[in-house]
Design a binder for this molecule. Structure first.
Ligand code: FES
Ligand code: FES
Length: 516
């Protein structure tokens, strides 16, 4: 291979490649120039989610903040270039524990853990948890990832019905999902990975409309975006408590759903757009994603395939949030729940807490949605549990899924009624993920929004998702319940939030930052 002054040569997955030396990042070279979609873009150029992790001369690096120039002449290994036997073992280990759900975060995690394993049979739990500090996974709550790292030396077990497992995953995720070793290895079929190589790339322009380029780097340059930072602004409580005498009061603040795969959709001229929900439901947050319509319109306008993408900041600014609340309740279940005005919230709150009067309040802020995981009704369950002084069994008003939860001795325990489990591994994984999300929401998450409603926290680390090393042990007991399979993850989420709030002593403001 002859390298000119304007080219650079490196070795990728054992192959010498030469690409233009145009200042792109290593992730840009891998994905956009070489079409290698194993490394994912969850937050570039923030360098904070770990989804783009690759090995450079055997050491883990986040490719989105590594200039390609810096790896000139060096050996880069993506998930696809790992030893085939190691890939097989990792894929099966994640399948065996349910350690990968949407699978967007997992290739980066596997690359790092494989480097850490360094020829050993597996990776001890403490080491795995520390290694996961460099990653974010929103679906799994970490525990099943750590379990996967500890069972590489064991056969996967072949008695699972993966079609039934996928049905359970689809119920819990809210959209069709695949359960297969390849999902953990980066083959979840994400829109940003399946777009035609010649597709134009479109990103939102800060002044409205779309900036379009031949590559993501070019589109971002055309948008002239300046990346935001984590703000030092404190989070605020957007709503005031309703006046009255209450046995319990509760205020929540803005939080980010923080799904890892940013919205993406592509379309051919005259065609139908791909779905931004390829293998994950984004906890309800992508159901009304504007990207399919944008990809279709742009493809028709340009007469070429177009891949429309949000970056992390776009997701944070433009994506829907669960509406903050401020409420007061009495032990008999009566009370008032103020909630940021959101279509559909009044009905779901009435279904779980008929004694609460819902007072919808319009405040400046990002869009809100009742489609987000247990939005509104989980808050009503928490408030009523606090006023009554106990957490009853929680029943999901939409699905009938049931859950009870206990938080004590640094452990979260949940009992789950989901009808026919279909696949206990997958159901357990989704319940652990929902319990982690509730715990994280309760103890750590917030999003600073200013008085004009602009979101100030724009980096993925600023959302406050609880890390693996800080996650309590989560035990899941599956109740024997006859009947058809139903989604139970949202009931787990509400039950754990309520149990955690009671364990924290029912503080009137959500106990972000408190040790429980
Ligand atoms: S995409 Fe590189 S760290 Fe998130
Ligand atoms: S499996 Fe980790 S973010 Fe979805």
């Amino acid at each position: 291979v002859v390298e000119s002054a304007r080219d650079l040569t490196l070795e990728v997955d054992g192959r010498q490649v030469t690409v233009p030396d145009d200042g792109d990042t290593l992730l840009g070279v891998l994905r956009d120039r070489l079409g290698l979609t194993g490394p994912k873009d969850g937050c570039s150029p923030q360098g904070q989610c770990g989804c783009c992790t690759v090995l450079v001369d055997g050491q883990p690096r986040v490719a989105c903040v590594t200039p390609a120039r810096r790896v000139r002449g060096r050996a880069v290994t993506t998930i696809d270039g790992l030893d085939p036997e190691a890939r097989r073992r990792w894929g099966e280990a994640f399948l065996a524990t349910g350690g990968s759900q949407c699978g967007f975060c997992t290739p980066g995690i596997i690359v790092r853990l494989e480097a850490l394993r360094d020829g050993r049979d597996d990776v001890p739990a403490d080491e795995a948890r520390r290694a996961l500090l460099a990653h974010l996974c929103r679906c799994t709550g970490w525990q099943t990832v750590v379990e996967a790292a500890g069972r590489l030396d064991r056969p996967a077990g072949s008695d699972r019905d993966l079609a039934a497992a996928a049905t359970r995953a689809g119920l819990e995720g809210g959209v069709g999902q695949t359960v297969h070793p390849d999902v953990a290895l980066g083959r979840g079929g994400f829109s940003a990975d399946t777009a035609p190589a010649e597709a134009l790339v479109a990103v939102p322009h800060p002044d409205g409309g779309w900036a379009v380029g031949e590559t993501l780097a070019e589109a971002r340059r055309a948008a002239g975006k300046v990346q935001g930072r984590r703000t030092t602004e404190p989070h605020r409580w957007p709503l005031d408590l309703p006046p009255g005498t209450w046995d319990a009061t509760l205020r929540t603040t803005w939080v980010e759903p923080a799904y890892l795969e940013p919205d993406a959709a592509w379309c051919e001229p005259g065609g139908e757009p791909s779905s931004p929900l390829a293998n994950g439901g984004a906890f309800g947050a992508k159901l009304a994603s504007p990207l399919p319509a944008a990809a279709k319109e742009l493809a028709d306008r340009h007469g070429r395939a177009v891949l429309a993408l949000f970056d992390r900041e776009d997701v944070t600014r433009l994506g829907p949030k669960r509406p903050p609340v401020a409420g007061g309740a009495r032990a008999d279940g009566s009370g008032v729940l103020r909630v940021v005005a959101t279509p559909g919230i009044t009905e779901v709150v009435a279904a779980v807490a008929p004694g609460l009067v819902v007072d919808a309040v319009t405040v400046p802020g990002p869009p809100t949605s009742a489609a987000l995981r247990a939005a509104g009704w989980a808050e009503a369950v928490v408030l009523c549990a606090g006023a009554a002084g106990l957490v009853d069994e929680v029943v999901d008003p939409r699905t009938g899924g049931r859950a009870r939860a206990m938080v004590s001795d640094g452990r979260i325990e949940v009992w789950v009624g989901a009808g026919d489990p279909l696949d206990e591994t997958v159901l357990r994984s989704y319940c652990i993920g929902a319990a982690h999300m509730a715990w994280s929401w309760l103890t750590a998450e917030s999003l600073a929004v200013d008085d004009d409603g602009a979101v100030l926290d724009l980096t993925i680390r600023s959302f406050g998702v609880v890390r693996a090393v800080d996650t309590p042990e989560i035990r899941v007991h599956l109740d024997a319940v006859d009947g058809p399979p139903v989604r139970a993850g949202d009931a787990v989420f509400a039950a754990v939030a309520a149990a955690g709030w009671l364990a924290a002593g029912r503080p009137p403001d959500w106990p972000i930052g408190a040790k429980i």
